[in-house]
Design a protein around this ligand. Structure first.
Ligand SMILES: [Zn+2]
Length: 169
């Protein structure tokens, strides 16, 4: 199923609403939100399912015993999972960056931690470098802004990463 820009923007709004609701429900806890990086107009397919399940397993392992609430949503607009944790925002962000940088599919995970104003905590705040592009040595946001790589090129690279990951399971 191809997803229009309108649907994507609407799904982002609903994500922000749910984040706000969860932060209000658990004002003294930390909210972690997972999405997966899936270029192009199809946001839910076998690849997104493999990547999102790998991400959820990695997060559950690392947060073990520190999770208060979990919500997962496998939507046509892309997979979403929300973890409310008793870790501090700082420790949760370090954990998230560690997973993004060290898991074989971690470059396809987008794991946000929110501060008290609902803004994402930056990687730099917890001593991590900005995210690298999937394809080259530039910063990810540079290539995204400049559309350095086509969605087709990115999808070939992503499929290679997933194939390599599945083979070693
Ligand atoms: Zn690049």
């Amino acid at each position: 199923m191809e997803i229009t820009l309108d649907k994507l923007l609407a799904s982002r709004d609903r994500r922000v609403e749910l984040q706000q609701k969860l932060r209000e429900k658990h004002p003294n806890l930390t909210l972690m939100c997972l999405t997966v990086i899936m270029p192009g107009n199809v946001k839910r397919n076998l690849s997104s399912i493999i990547v999102s399940q790998a991400a959820v397993n990695a997060i559950l392992n690392r947060l073990e015993g520190n999770i208060v609430e979990i919500i997962t949503r496998d939507l046509e607009t892309g997979y979403e999972a929300y973890f409310v944790t008793s870790l501090s925002q700082y420790d949760a962000k370090k954990t998230a960056c560690g997973i993004e940088d060290n898991h074989p599919l971690g470059r396809l995970f987008d794991i946000d931690i929110f501060d008290n104003d609902g803004l994402p905590v930056k990687r730099e705040t917890v001593g991590f470098a900005p995210r690298r592009c999937l394809m080259c040595d530039n910063e990810a946001r540079y290539c995204m802004r400049n559309r350095t790589h086509t969605p087709q090129e990115l999808n070939v690279k992503i499929q290679e990463m997933i194939d390599a990951y599945v083979q070693q399971l």
